[in-house]
Design a binder for this molecule. Structure first.
Ligand SMILES: [Fe+2]
Ligand SMILES: [Fe+2]
Length: 211
């Protein structure tokens, strides 16, 4: 990736942090039946929920996506947009999670509606759907963990936990790759560095509790 503006660079750095957490989670999942691993996975998921949902996705949904939407008519298409839309066909992990989530009463539509309606009508619905899929996957994993800790671990329950976590890891890695290689490249081309400075300042003020 070429030199990036400050806000996009900040988001890429957040992706790196998330990527390391996903690697750590993947390491634990290899040893799932060992003592103490399920508790450690629960702690890792809590941490991931914070850095992904409370911090990173908030920066994207509240700052990046509205700014990008106000500058680029993604509905018009063009080479970048066409490429972005094509990537949807690879988002299988999200569909697997939605299907599983539905069985446990997680309504993706309701969760998606926390976003501005104009964003939901644009191609930006694709990354937002994947954010929701990640949120549902963590809920599903927590449900399996609660069961495992309450009752004796059965190989079936361990397999269910392993399945949902590996699906989550695959979803997140693919999502990060798409954003780094496509959405962020597009956003960096259209959001000038001085505007990105202001966006980053908002993030910094927010993290210092001044917003
Ligand atoms: Fe995202
Ligand atoms: Fe992201």
């Amino acid at each position: 990736m070429l030199t990036l503006g400050p806000f996009i660079k900040h988001l890429v750095n957040e992706h790196e942090v998330v990527g390391k957490q996903l690697d750590a989670l993947e390491f634990e999942i290899e040893n799932l039946s060992k003592e103490g691993v399920v508790e450690r996975i629960r702690a890792q998921l809590n941490h991931l929920r914070y850095i992904v949902e409370d911090v990173h996705h908030k920066n994207e949904e509240e700052l990046l996506f509205p700014e990008l939407h106000s500058r680029v008519n993604l509905k018009e298409g063009g080479p970048e947009c066409a490429r972005f839309m094509t990537l949807k066909q690879f988002s299988d992990p999200a569909q697997i999670i939605f299907k599983q989530g539905k069985k446990r009463g997680h309504d993706a539509e309701v969760l998606l509606k926390r976003n501005k309606s104009e964003l939901l009508e644009s191609p930006l619905i694709i990354p937002m759907e994947e954010h929701v899929a990640g949120q549902i996957a963590i809920h599903l994993a927590e449900f399996e963990i609660a069961n495992l800790l309450k009752h004796n671990s059965s190989s079936e329950a361990l397999a269910s936990l392993r399945k949902i976590i590996t699906t989550y890891i695959s979803l997140m890695r693919h999502h990060i790759q798409k954003e780094n290689e496509c959405l962020f490249v597009l956003a960096d081309q259209h959001i000038p560095a001085n505007i990105q400075e202001k966006m980053l300042e908002k993030v910094n003020l927010c993290s210092r509790g001044q917003l």
